[in-house]
Design a protein around this ligand. Sequence first.
Ligand SMILES: *Cc1c(COP(=O)(O)O)cnc(C)c1O
Length: 397
Amino acid sequence: MSNWQELEYKYFMPTFTRLSLTLVRGRGARVWDEDGREYLDFVAGWAVNSLGHCHPTVVKAVTEQVKTLIQVSNSFYTIPQIQLAELLVKNSCLNKVFFCNSGAEAAEGAVKLARRYGKLHLGGAYEIITTSGSFHGRTLAMVSASGQSKFQRPYIPLPEGFINVDFNNIQAIKAATTCKVCAVMLEPVQGEGGINLPDDRYLETVRAWCDENGILLILDEVQTGVARTGTLFAYQQYGIEPDIMTLGKGLANGIPIGAMLAKDSASVFTPGEHGSTFGGNPVACATGYATLKFIIDHDIASNVKSVGRYLTDGLRNLAQKFKFITDVRGPGLLVAMEFSHDIAPQLTMACLDGGLLVNNLKPNALRFIPPLNIGNYEVDEALGILDEALSSIASKI
Ligand SMILES: *Cc1c(COP(=O)(O)O)cnc(C)c1O
């Protein structure tokens, strides 16, 4: 057998901090490494495998589409693209869809759309207000948009036109709103930044402020969308509607896809103003359609609510036992556990040894983002492994 990890070191740019594990196979909520060892997967490709690994509905959609039509240019109509767009529109508050290949590209498209809107309706306004701790992707412009200096510092000078203000601070948004601003862009719940929840009424107040000033509200639901938080889209829990919304991660269960949706009032692109070679690719869209339809038809969002509650209850019970657990938070199956010490890396390793994959969100926090169709049984198993991992760490604190 090849030593894949040595070959990676030799041939791959060292952009990722990887765990020493080469995964070769997945089924449901489980994956296997090259030695045949089984792991319960509470990372799910970073909140991507909505229905778990190799779900039969997803496999069928991919295989049927690759046998039928893999790719043609966007100068022709293709059916899966239109079917997925219709399904998204019929199940959201948005009216028009653009498909791309990743979350960053969706957010980038949202920014371009808002700038077009600013040119047409707001006297050339182009600035976008974003928040600290936010994450909108890794393109140069989205690094500039994301309010995290660790991603920005290596690439200064950054594209201009983004104002990063504190999250959960409506006064900061108000203070930053000048006649140059065309939109506010937010994640309803900050994912990569730490699973940071919006304060009561924050999102409603931002929505009202945008309305008052005639500027757009962009919700980046790349991580929170597609039932991850217990409703099909997170905005539905906060009594607001975005003008523009982005999706990615869980939409096609692992086939790369991004989507940018807008209300008719904000859908101002004209032919040629935006595009993508692979965006709306038949395989990605057929898979997205099968995934989303399954999630809707089987009310997976309700499962996320109940299993998510079961998971957070279980994690809170562990917090009773281990006093160095300082917080458990998150909607649905987007859950963080925070600690008084920077033990997340060791804990991630201890969980791995026990057969559980978890995400090391921050030095002092873990993130749990399992497939959305898991049951309490898998949660019990994960909690058992986590309990042992916490016990093994406890003595060293
Ligand atoms: C992951 C993520 C992105 C970037 O998605 P990529 O597919 O990695 O480009 C953008 N926004 C949010 C909220 C995300 O969680």
